[in-house]
Design a protein around this ligand. Structure first.
Ligand code: ATP
Ligand code: MG
Length: 429
């Protein structure tokens, strides 16, 4: 990060030597003041894009229409943006036109929050016309200027507000909070992708519970473009500490389980939110494993014995994957009776899974068909019959028995068991 900053300061000084003004601005100034790691340094300058391009050897015209040129120094890219004022705003998101200006202060004025509207000059001096530093010291998040106007110009700022408040542990200043609550319905103008990006950072961040409180308090998810199952999270109270789950996907799975979602609903919701296929599958598998365990419990007559709990646990691991079951155990560990709190049977079963679930997973001799000592061809050869629907079913039964360590995972044992199963299957047909 030291080299990163040096590169940024090099650019700032070079611009100043050429007679322009130039500063570090935005998130990097904020994070540096807080002693947080800085991901990227952004530079604002009075130089116009062509002038920036002429001044540096390696540049990329990444966003010329809003005055941004990427300058590459020491293999690191830096965004250099000309001071600008934003013209009218269209559809409650992004300005329709930008106008270059000479004044840093005016450039800072178009920024969303006071803590994001600070700059550092070539000598390392802080420039802070909107008292961002004193807000930060007081732990307050405040809009630059009139909050209603700022949220009206660009509704995404409301999601950013919730995200910054939760990630930085800030209290939203009263006027900003009031404006957010009265403007929240403007979120319907924001693309789901942008909503998801902020939501993902909130739930994946350092204080997901604070994020949930802010989402609940503002009812933000009730006002996005598409109706979501997640919108209902504001009806839930007293969330356990979600930060104990390290993955954003696991936190999300917990939330969906709490909301009583079934796998198909999770899929629909996460697709609406433009989560990646992979993220969606991860969450869905966990919820599906949970759903399968619950219906396994329903099928149990009377009290579920430990052996039965192990059987349905292992069977779920074979269907949804060992990682999903590990995640589910972590989810159950979050609270005593995670699901259907009135159901004692579920609570007791979850207690057993919390205690033994990961041991059982570790002890599984096989966890996928690929690890089984026999395949479809072996079965057909041994039994002397053509393949058919029976092959898959039989393989799965063998896998389950091997995973439960009822059968040794060797060819001879499995083929003998296969013959017996096959004959039973024939009799039952
Ligand atoms: P992070 O990178 O951690 O999300 P950041 O503050 O750097 O935080 P960016 O989206 O990288 O956020 O934006 C850089 C700067 O641009 C911000 O600090 C802020 O000054 C300004 N900015 C970004 N988005 C907006 C917006 N929607 N409205 C007004 N200003 C904005
Ligand atoms: Mg940034």
């Amino acid at each position: 990060s030291d080299a990163l900053k040096q590169g940024a300061m090099q650019i700032v000084r070079r611009l100043c030597e050429a007679g322009f003004e130039a500063y570090l601005v935005g998130g990097c100034v904020r994070d540096e003041q807080l002693g947080r790691p800085v991901k990227d340094y952004d530079i604002a300058t009075s130089a116009h894009p062509e002038q920036v391009q002429r001044l540096f050897e390696r540049t990329v015209p990444t966003g010329l229409q809003h005055g941004t040129v990427t300058v590459v120094v020491g293999k690191k890219p830096y965004e250099v943006t000309t001071f600008r004022r934003e013209g009218g705003y269209e559809a409650f998101r992004r300005p329709t036109e930008v106008e270059y200006i000479d004044s840093l202060t005016e450039d800072l004025q178009r920024r969303d929050f006071t803590m994001n509207a600070m700059a550092i000059d070539q000598n390392g001096r802080l420039i802070d016309p909107f008292d961002g530093m004193s807000d930060l010291e007081r732990g307050v998040l405040r809009c630059v200027g009139r909050a209603e106007e700022r949220f009206g110009e660009d509704a995404l700022r409301m999601m950013r507000c919730l995200r910054f408040a939760s990630e930085y542990g800030l209290i939203v200043e009263q006027a900003t909070w009031d404006a957010l609550n009265s403007g929240i319905s403007l979120l319907r103008h924001i693309a789901m992708e942008r909503i998801r990006a902020e939501l993902e950072r909130m739930l994946g961040g350092s204080d997901p519970n604070r994020a949930l409180d802010l989402l609940t308090g503002s009812k933000a998810l009730r006002h996005v473009k598409q109706e979501l199952l997640l919108s209902g999270l504001d009806k839930e109270t007293a969330w356990p500490p979600l930060s104990r789950l390290t993955e954003m996907e696991h936190r999300l799975a917990f939330i969906y389980i709490r909301l009583g979602a079934v796998p198909a609903e999770v899929e629909e919701d996460m697709i609406k939110l433009t989560f990646s296929r992979h993220q969606m599958e991860t969450v869905k598998r966990i919820v599906a494993a949970h759903t399968a365990l619950l219906s396994g419990l329903d099928r149990a007559t009377g009290w579920a014995e430990e052996a039965y709990l192990r059987r349905i646990w292992i069977s779920a691991a074979l269907t949804y994957g060992v990682p999903a079951l590990r995640a589910l155990r972590e989810i159950y560990l979050l609270e005593n009776r995670p699901i259907r709190t009135e159901d004692i049977k579920v609570g007791e079963a979850a207690d057993v899974w919390k205690r033994l679930g990961s041991v059982w997973l570790e002890q599984m001799p096989v966890s996928a068909l690929a690890e089984l000592a026999v395949g479809g061809k072996d079965l057909m050869g041994h039994l002397g019959v053509k393949g058919g629907p029976w092959t898959g079913r039989l393989l799965h039964r063998l896998l389950e028995s091997a995973a439960l360590a009822e059968l040794r995972n060797d060819k001879e044992t499995l083929l003998a068991a296969a013959r017996e199963h096959y004959e039973n299957m024939q009799e039952n047909d």
